[in-house]
Each structure stands twice: as C-alpha cells, then as structure tokens.
Write a protein that binds this ligand. Structure first.
Ligand SMILES: C[S@@+](CC[C@H](N)C(=O)[O-])C[C@H]1O[C@@H](n2cnc3c(N)ncnc32)[C@H](O)[C@@H]1O
Length: 244
C-alpha cells in the first residue's frame, strides 16, 4: 500500500485520506459525450467559484445568514437541486455530482437562473461530506441513486450500513433524509438499512406517504423515464432522531 519515491512516502490512493481507512471507490460514468464550448467554459470558470472550501467544514460558519443547509447527493442534471434553491432563497443548497456532463448541464441552468445559494462539487459526495461537522445539515436528498441491480454489484450502492451511520452523523436531530428510488429491490434495501441503523424514524403513516411525490418535489429526466417504464417510485422520508 505504501512505497518510497525519493524521500517522500507515497500512499496508494486507497490510503490517501487516512492510514487506516481505505478510500471509497466510485463506480459509474465520470464523462459522457463531448462538452460544448460553453459547458467547458462554465466548468473551468464558474464551477471553482461554487466549490466547498478545503479542510474541516462548519457550514453554519461559512453561510451564517442561511436558515438551513441542504445537501443533494447525485444531482444528475441539477433539476431538483435548482428547483429547491429557487424556492428556498434562505437555504444553502450543496450539490454533489461526479459525472461531468451532469455537472455541465447543471452549470448551464444555474448560469441562466442566477441563483446565489448554490454550492457545487464535481466529486464523490462521501469524500467531501466526511469533512463536514457533526449535525451540520438540515436536509439530505438522495434521489434515484444508481441502482446497481446485479447481486454482485450491490456493494456499490451508496446506501450501505456505514454510509447510513455517516448520514446520521451529518444530520441534526429533527433533520430529514429523503431517499427516492424506482427500483423495488433498492427501495427495500434502503429502508432496511436506514431503519436498522436506529437513528432514523420513517415518517410514513399510509401508503400514500411513500407512493405520492412530496409537495416540494420536482421531477427529473430520470424520474420521467421511470414513469414511462411503469415503475412506481418510493419516496421515503426519514427524520433524524434525537433531542431537538
Ligand atoms: C441515476 S442518476 C440520478 C440523478 C438525479 N438524482 C435524478 O434523480 O435525476 C444517479 C447520479 O448519482 C451520481 N452519483 C453516484 N455516486 C455518487 C457519489 N458517491 N457522490 C455523488 N454523486 C454520485 C451519478 O453520477 C449519477 O449522476
């Protein structure tokens, strides 16, 4: 895992963050079709201005005027993130998307809408969120995460017991997690792992609570495909337990 180059100790990527903790692997596409010049320009010039600072992050210290801090993991083309940002000007929205073309699309929309309460990271959310302070987030959205339907790929799903521990660490008591998937196996997988963690309460009283989109939801290209293919999404809403 480690070797020497000259006098430097070189750590392999798997141990780059900590000598004891292997780095997480990111699966899925990072690039797609060739970007337009405008998209390339926005990635180069606009994206760095929206980045999360280096080092430990205390979001309330960075955005003291914001009432709340919301995170979306895997924003795709940014439809939902920008919808929320436009409707909640007193909330800082932080979006993570490692897929370059998704981020480029988000930046084009953001440049048109001119919202000033959006932060973006073209990175694996997990590596950045681990620098965030405990209980520093009010809401987390994970909408249609990559389903990895084959059994041998289930370990690639973002919802894993350890990551649920991390989500619980990040959310303040009373903070909420919204998980949405159109893949039945992943719906059940996520529900089981999130409830097994013990730090979350599933706020669901009737079937309608998980079958109907929440009133503040915004559909995306990905969700429209699920509807066309007659898959019923589950909108799972959890509240972080603990004294408020
Ligand atoms: C199926 S798409 C759904 C996109 C969007 N949420 C929507 O509903 O349209 C899942 C997205 O999650 C992103 N993703 C996968 N792993 C991620 C990670 N560890 N951190 C941030 N984003 C991730 C992928 O690049 C992909 O764009």
């Amino acid at each position: 895992m480690a070797g020497f180059r000259g006098s430097e100790l070189i750590l392999s990527k798997a141990y780059a963050n900590s000598p004891t903790k292997p780095a997480l692997s990111l699966y899925g596409r990072s690039k797609g079709k060739t970007l337009t010049q405008r998209q390339q320009g926005l990635l180069q010039d606009l994206l760095p201005t929206l980045a999360i600072p280096q080092g430990p992050i205390n979001p309330r210290g960075i955005w003291p005027k914001m009432a709340e801090i919301w995170v979306e993991i895997g924003i795709g083309g940014g439809e939902h993130l920008l919808h929320q940002a436009a409707r909640n000007p007193n909330v800082q929205l932080i979006g993570f998307e490692p897929y370059q073309n998704g981020m480029a699309k988000t930046l084009v929309s953001l440049a048109t809408e001119k919202l000033d309460n959006v932060s973006l990271e073209m990175n694996d959310a997990r590596g950045v969120l681990e620098r965030f302070a405990d209980a520093s987030l009010d809401r987390i959205f994970i909408l249609y995460p990559d389903p990895w339907p084959k059994r041998r790929h289930w370990k690639r799903r973002i919802i894993q017991p350890q990551f649920v521990v991390e989500l619980a660490r990040l959310l303040r008591p009373g903070g909420t997690l919204r998980f949405v998937s159109d893949i039945q196996h992943y719906q059940q997988w996520a529900l089981r792992r999130i409830l097994d963690n013990g730090d979350f309460k599933w706020s669901c009283e009737t079937c309608r609570d998980w079958q109907d989109p929440p009133s503040d939801h915004c559909t995306t290209k990905y969700e429209q495909k699920a509807f066309r293919e007659k898959r019923q999404p589950a909108y799972l809403h959890f509240v972080r337990k603990g004294a408020i």
